[in-house]
Structures are given as C-alpha cells and as structure tokens.
Design a protein around this ligand. Sequence first.
Ligand code: TYC
Length: 100
Amino acid sequence: MQRKDDSVLEATKAKLKLPPLYRVLLLNDDYTPMEFVVLVLQKFFAMTGERATQVMLKVHREGMGECGVFPRDVASTKVQQVAAYARKYQHPLQCVMEET
Ligand code: TYC
C-alpha cells in the first residue's frame, strides 16, 4: 500500500501451514500370527474385519502396508499402542511412521 510519506508497506499474507501428516506402516515378519495382525488393525485403526484382512495380506505379501495417515501425535500414539500390545503378547510385530 502507498502511504502519504511515499513509503511502501508490503502487504503481508499470513501463510498458515497445515500440520504435517504421517503414514503409519505395519511391517511383515515371519512369526506374528495373521489373526493377531487382523485384531490389531481392527482395535487400533478401526478397520472392519474384511478391510483388516486385506491390509494384513498386503503386508504379508509385500513386506509392508499402510494402516492410515494421521497428524504426528496421533500417529505416534498408534505406533506406541501397537508396540505395547505386540509386546504384551510377545509377538515381534513392528509398526513405524513416516512423514507423507
Ligand atoms: N507373515 C506373518 C505370518 O505368516 C503374518 C503377518 C502379517 C505378520 C502382517 C506381520 O505385519 C504383519 N504369520
């Protein structure tokens, strides 16, 4: 904008950045039972049995698969919940998060 004294004030636009999102991934292993993985996906990622089975089979065949995309704190909590639950039942199931 042009002021009376000829100085120029730059118009500044507040750039509101959306918070980064994180992909939560489940990793395959040779020991965790398939039914346990399906249970985890239902319990912590609110999947139906059918969807959980599809994701579990994808992880089993391809080595990893996506459980969902969340803000950082939510993703981090889910990773910790899966780790604690797997540990409780002594399964080596691994869950990780990565920025999208
Ligand atoms: N590969 C496991 C088995 O054959 C099943 C499995 C699937 C394990 C997905 C982990 O994230 C996983 N029992």
